[in-house]
Write a protein that binds this ligand. Structure first.
Ligand SMILES: NC(=O)c1ccc[n+]([C@@H]2O[C@H](COP(=O)([O-])OP(=O)(O)OC[C@H]3O[C@@H](n4cnc5c(N)ncnc54)[C@H](OP(=O)(O)O)[C@@H]3O)[C@@H](O)[C@H]2O)c1
Length: 315
């Protein structure tokens, strides 16, 4: 099978041939029809989890994917050959990932059946970005009319987060530049903050001098300066970082709840997101669809920034 691998931390992704794996007890072999790219994929390849989780090389890149069950191993009850499934397939200790024609998954892993009406590309684009957006907005505990800033709203997580926050009845401030403003408003942003025009915190403070209720920060990296954003929150406000940039103890001293979110999808969450997407209630913007052979180039493009939605890889 064709797969995109790295041979060591920091190595360039390569398209190569690997044997099609055989499902063992409790495992299924999935023929992937689509995978999607997340920043996590290249952060892992760079060694983000080195020393924390075992890695087996060559390591197939990628987490999210959707496809059809080809074969099942002994003891698998929940899935049958021919079922359509999607979810997170990355398993670093076994070198498994979703940028490939086939992948093995554990029956009790982070996978679920796909609804009939969902295209493979959309299902593949959902798991990490969609669930992170959903869990982050849940963590924000928004009441109707409360104000949330989504910093980094123009990318894969942000675009779904805008929609979940709007569904809660929140007033949504979304960062974006001129090229994305119209689209972010269509998704439910009440105001687009052009972060290229002036610092985001200054613009939000000018519009909301009494403070806002919550921030989903998708931009600040670990050790980065989150102070100006935190200063926008009212006492009791909630700051959710997807990049471990929040210091909950330091924020608590300022009466702010700091949360470092790590997505942890349940099967029920995967299924309800897919149902929302299938019904057109959650819009997933697919920015680009690329063949597997072009995945290394797509990874390089993603590293450079400028994401406007999800990149889908077609094996
Ligand atoms: N903890 C978790 O479970 C989890 C899960 C998913 C994602 N994440 C992390 O969350 C972050 C977002 O993920 P994603 O999939 O949405 O990434 P993405 O698709 O690459 O989107 C990031 C967006 O942020 C924008 N951006 C960059 N700098 C900005 C700034 N200073 N102000 C405002 N916007 C800015 C980018 O636009 P420009 O490049 O044009 O500026 C891009 O549209 C990543 O760091 C990812 O690793 C964590």
């Amino acid at each position: 099978m064709k797969a995109v691998i790295i041979t060591d931390f920091g190595a360039e992704p390569l398209v190569t041939d690997l044997p099609v794996p055989e499902p063992g007890p409790g495992e299924l072999l999935v023929r992937l029809h689509a995978a999607s790219l997340n920043p996590f994929d290249w952060k892992v390849a760079d060694g983000a989890l080195k020393g924390i989780v075992a890695h087996d090389f060559p390591l197939v890149m990628g987490s999210d994917g959707a496809g059809v069950v080809e074969r099942i191993g002994p003891g698998v009850n929940r899935f049958r050959p021919g079922d359509t499934v999607y979810g997170q397939f990355m398993s670093l200790p076994y070198g498994r990932g979703s940028y490939a024609e086939y992948v093995l998954a554990a029956e009790d892993g982070t996978i679920a059946h796909m609804p009939d009406d969902l295209p493979f590309a959309v299902a593949a684009a959902l798991p990490t970005a969609g669930v992170t957006a959903y869990q982050a907005i849940e963590a924000a505990r928004l009441d109707t009319g409360q104000v949330i800033l989504i910093n980094g709203a123009s990318g894969g997580v942000g675009q779904s987060a805008i929609q979940f926050a709007a569904l809660q009845g929140a007033h949504v401030l979304a960062t974006g530049t001129g090229d994305t403003a119209g689209h972010l408003r269509e998704l439910g942003a009440d105001r687009v903050v052009d972060f290229a025009a002036a610092p985001t915190a200054e613009q939000v403070l000018a519009a909301h001098p009494d403070g806002i209720d919550a921030i989903l920060d998708l931009v600040t990296q670990p050790g980065g300066d989150i102070d100006a954003l935190a200063g926008l929150l009212k006492p009791g406000g909630r700051l959710i970082s997807t990049n471990r940039a929040a210091d909950p103890d330091a924020l608590a001293a300022r009466e702010i709840h700091g949360i470092n979110l790590v997505n942890d999808p349940s099967r029920a969450e995967l299924q309800s997101l897919a149902a929302l997407a299938g019904a057109g209630k959650l819009r997933i913007t697919i920015e680009a669809e690329v063949p597997l052979a072009d995945a290394p180039t797509a990874v390089a493009r993603a590293r450079a920034g400028g994401s406007r939605g999800k990149t889908v890889i077609l094996p």
